[in-house]
Design a binder for this molecule. Sequence first.
Ligand SMILES: C[S@@+](CC[C@H](N)C(=O)[O-])C[C@H]1O[C@@H](n2cnc3c(N)ncnc32)[C@H](O)[C@@H]1O
Length: 234
Amino acid sequence: MKSTIQDKTKLVNSVFSEVYDKYDLMNDVMSLGIHRIWKDKFIDWMNPSRNSSLIDVASGTGDIAKLFSLRNKNFSTITCVEPNDGMFKKGKSNLIKFKNIKWIKSKAEILPIADNMYDFYSISYGIRNVSDINKTLKEAYRVLKPGGRFMCLEFSKIDNELLNFLYRNYSKAIPTLGKYIVGSSKPYEYLISSIDAFYNQEQLLEIISKNGFTNVEYRNLSNGISAIHSGWKI
Ligand SMILES: C[S@@+](CC[C@H](N)C(=O)[O-])C[C@H]1O[C@@H](n2cnc3c(N)ncnc32)[C@H](O)[C@@H]1O
């Protein structure tokens, strides 16, 4: 069990060390820009009030922190958490102008943060990559204030047969795109297999609930290509 967790940590770290420089470009190309709409919808559903605080975990290049901050004219306080050196550097430099955003290099499973600190916890396309989802959710619960909200954006399962067929065929081309844009197909082979192996909407809802969150619900985006899950610490 321990070695499986270490293997996944190593694999995921090597994937993001290879792609960090072209991560944003590749996201735009792969999704035809649609990930930006999904991320906007994520912040729409969060609907943060002006002075709210956010911990964004698996921040990558900082898209969610940036959108959250802009939504409230930068009145919020935000902590980005990211373990990979390359992604951390890229994210920090992308958001250098945001004085309300600080960065911590850490994994989701053990956050160097006191209890009951944040109004919102977000994890966007990160939960599929963690080595221990239960530890991650327990930490999310711990650092949220009572009344705080957990929000997760992740690839999920498509509820339409024709779209599923088209998407599966399109997915086969993604490693080749990766080879041209990033210089390696391997990270994108990992991407496709990790999406396949990940939980469906109902399974993820159950895991979030089992880790203490209440009123857990989800919304599909583009027929379930991605989904947003939301839960509360009451
Ligand atoms: C697909 S990127 C998502 C980046 C960004 N949140 C977004 O939506 O574009 C996944 C990120 O999760 C990070 N990650 C991987 N394992 C992690 C872990 N155990 N804890 C926290 N972050 C992790 C990776 O380094 C990477 O930056």
